[in-house]
Design a protein around this ligand. Structure first.
Ligand SMILES: [Fe+2]
Length: 246
């Protein structure tokens, strides 16, 4: 499996605090059947981290994993907070894309409030050659108040990533139902861990298998944790073929 959303890089955000934790997270991921992690530290306009810092940190962690005989691939990425400045910054190569592929951006919508600029932002990113992947929209308040927003964004070519812990029920029943419903309606394309540590929020995807299979059938879990993510890290078209079919 490929985990496209994981705060495994040490010391860059509220995820892993140190190398020992990052290595513990890598071991958990490997035990769960994850072979590749895209490291996605939180990124904010004016704060960063810069793409160069993320590349260096990912390379350093990869080297440490090799030294510890942990056969897990770590690629650079970022979880980018939605901001109207993003399209201009993307054009200046100031924002890290997923797997540094220059094509897919993991975009974090605000948890509270309906961001009236979100649709325009996604459109402008697409004009700049970027496909936005909305990170865990099931956790955002807007998912409950305006679910049609996601239908419109997906119809225009955006992708959606749901959190494995959401499906597993770790954030409560309402969020679990919203996440499963996004999958059932063919609106979600990727399941990722959004792991922050090795204890309360570990890099585990297999916990979500049952909910995904119930929502969209046996093939959907592999599609959302392997096939679509593999296209994304290769910078290839994910497109309509990502829609899950029961
Ligand atoms: Fe995250």
């Amino acid at each position: 499996m490929i985990d496209l959303h994981c705060h495994i890089l040490p010391g860059l955000d509220d995820g892993s605090p140190d190398l020992a934790t990052s290595i513990a997270m890598a071991r958990i991921a490997l035990d769960d059947g994850i072979e590749t992690i895209v490291a996605t530290p939180h990124w904010l306009v004016d704060i960063g981290p810069t793409p160069a810092q993320i590349r260096t940190a990912a390379q350093q962690l990869q080297t440490a994993l090799v030294d510890h005989n942990i056969p897990l691939t770590v690629l650079p990425g970022a979880e980018v907070r939605a901001d109207p400045e993003l399209p201009a910054m993307v054009r200046r190569d100031e924002v890290m894309t997923l797997a540094d592929d220059g094509r897919y951006l993991l975009l974090e919508p605000p948890f509270i409030g309906i961001p009236n600029y979100l649709e325009q932002l996604c459109f402008e990113l697409q004009i700049a050659g970027i496909t936005p992947i909305l990170a865990h929209p099931e956790r955002a308040e807007v998912a409950q108040r305006e679910p049609e927003l996601y239908e419109r964004l997906v119809a225009r070519g955006c992708l959606i990533q749901v959190n494995a812990p959401s499906l597993h029920g770790d954030y409560g029943r309402t969020i679990a139902e919203i996440a499963a419903d996004l999958i059932r309606r063919g609106l979600a394309h990727i399941v990722a861990s959004d792991a922050h540590n090795a204890t309360s929020r570990p890099p585990v995807l297999s916990d979500a298998r049952q909910a995904v299979v119930q929502a969209a059938g046996e093939a959907a879990f592999r599609q959302m944790t392997e096939l679509v993510p593999s296209r994304i890290i290769a910078g290839r078209q994910a497109g309509d073929s990502t829609r899950t079919v029961k």
